[in-house]
Ligand binder design. Structure first.
Ligand code: CU
Length: 119
């Protein structure tokens, strides 16, 4: 009787270890297949995009937040992206999938400019 229990345990343990290893391996594969989302933020405040130039890796989602008490937009000079009019505390996000330099401005106040450098 005792022998049988020991025998079961000796089978169950390697199976358990194998399951744990398998779970660890599959979760790391999933992490590789879907790289964790990269995010960056630009804050609009007092008629300024801050930081004015932001440098991010390819695949980054940049979120503009209007922290000003007047509406602003974030519109790509080259037509790559275009926010709606952002009221106070409203946000706009765009994911940059290609390397390059992306100048943008506020269509309501064209002197407000910024740049996203994707590398
Ligand atoms: Cu503006």
């Amino acid at each position: 009787m005792t022998k049988k229990i020991v025998c079961l345990a000796s089978v169950a343990l390697p199976v358990l270890i194998a399951m744990v290893l398998l779970a660890a391996a599959s979760s790391s594969v999933a992490a590789n297949a879907q790289p964790s989302a990269v995010t960056a933020g630009v804050k609009i405040d007092n008629f300024v995009f801050g930081p004015q130039t932001i440098t991010v890796p390819v695949g980054t989602t940049v979120t503009w937040t209007n922290s000003d008490d007047i509406p602003h937009t974030s519109v790509s000079t080259e037509g790559v992206f275009k926010s709606k009019v952002l009221d106070t505390d409203e946000k706009f996000s765009y994911t940059f999938t290609k390397a390059g330099t992306y100048p943008y401005y506020c269509t309501i106040h064209p002197k407000m400019t910024g740049k996203v450098v994707v590398q």
